[in-house]
Ligand binder design. Structure first.
Ligand SMILES: [Zn+2]
Length: 96
């Protein structure tokens, strides 16, 4: 009898066994594409670019040169004054 594998085909050494849960979006914002790399670094599957209305990003994650984790900004709901998403200042990638 063969045992069927019900698990998803991910690498065994992944530090995040569960799929990434995206933070709640500010009003009017949406998620863009989910890149495979950011500034030459690994991006956990599921992380995507934060799209803010009227706020285009100067770079795409693949071409982004921001490898400084402190050079990010918090974004969140203006009405509640609560920041929920940490995004790259240059490309808007969710690094929460
Ligand atoms: Zn970036």
């Amino acid at each position: 009898m063969t045992m069927l594998m019900a698990t998803t085909p991910v690498a065994d050494d992944t530090p995040y066994p569960h799929s990434y849960e995206r933070p709640p979006l500010p009003e009017g914002a949406s998620w863009g594409h989910a890149p495979a790399h950011h500034a030459g670094g690994y991006v956990h599957p599921g992380r995507a670019v934060l799209i803010l209305p009227g706020r285009p990003w100067p770079d795409s994650p693949e071409r982004c040169t921001n490898d400084d984790p402190l050079a990010n900004e918090w974004y969140g709901s203006h009405t509640e004054g609560e920041a929920t998403i940490l995004a790259c200042r240059r490309c808007g990638l969710d690094v929460t």
